[in-house]
Design a protein around this ligand. Sequence first.
Ligand SMILES: Cc1ncc(COP(=O)(O)O)c(C=O)c1O
Length: 404
Amino acid sequence: MSDPMRASGAKEFTPGWVGAAAAAEPPSAPGGARPAISFAYGVPDPALFPAEALAAAGKDALLQHGDRALQYGAVLGLPQLIAGLLARLRDREGLDLAPGQCLITAGSSQAIGLVAHALIAPGDAVLLETPAWPGVINALRRYQARAIPVPMDQEGLDPAALEQTLARLQAEGVRPKLLYTVPTYQNPTGITMTAGRRAAVLALARRYDLLILEDDAYRDIAFDAPPPPSLLALDVDGRVLRTGTYSKILAAGLRLGWLLGPAAAISRISAVKDDGGTSPFASYVTATFAEAGALEAHIALLVNAYREKRDAMLRALERAFPPGAQWTRPAGGFFIWVTLPEGLDSGALLPRARAAGVDFLPGRACFPDPADGARYIRLAFSQGTPDEIEDGIARLAGVIAAAR
Ligand SMILES: Cc1ncc(COP(=O)(O)O)c(C=O)c1O
């Protein structure tokens, strides 16, 4: 996947995670005879939620800490939760961050929104690794940013293209406010930026005095070797903000995420967060769950389950998809990115796929310019059993074969 990712065409925009509620209701198959499956959204598998352990943590939070768990909280977040998170980052990644370098947010979506709120004025240029998560495309629209796509390939964001874009903008007198990237198990492609590219991107950021927003939502869903160090871990001069989330490693309904970065930036961004503190109750539940040592075991269980789903999807694609189709082989995360054979439009396929009982996200939802992306499909393998996934891919292959 190189050139085709840089330019193709289509129009429809389907919100990504915003449509999560819709994803809970899969498309109905004709006659209701065959069960239907959705590959449209990166929604965690509800069968994997640790509901009983969270219930115990919730009871503990209410009975042991009710006076604080049910009260407004500190703007940066619950100190116990921050301490546990920072200890985990120290143990796993050797990151040494102070409590003032972490802001607990209502999911990483809120973290991204707060960064945009604090830093972006209407018309500001923002560099966007493309294809991109539709949620961030929406957020940039909401803040009236001018999204400037920077292409990627199998090794992640392309530093040569980034350099060209930065040079062009500099010649035009335009200073981009930030670069948004998901370097690890990217949404939508599943691609991981190589260590060499990470160093090259940071070197360019230093040269052009560019701020980076690193969205690290999927780092812990690692199927093979651990991923390369994050941009934040490689940063030497305080130009990287990194978001993360409990949505993919514990439960999306907790609505808990975080923002990490230089203390001055965290302070500036927390100044626009006047909401009485991110849910102290959810924070106590999560901190109690993590303190009891349950988080690492739970993540290991998730990784095994999602690896099986990825393998099932890759096997099925191999078996059923036509020659001329290509797809990524993610080492982690929730997504596979498919390039359809020449001449096919994923938006046109969608109604037929839904009629066959399978749903996906058309690639055009992942490009800031709706004219791009027609040839691509994002498939989320996070929901459904391996058997359901194989069945869904077979149905989708049937739809593609009929359209050729
Ligand atoms: C890349 C990426 N960033 C951020 C989010 C937002 O997640 P949350 O707000 O639940 O933390 C998602 C969810 O799908 C995502 O895929």
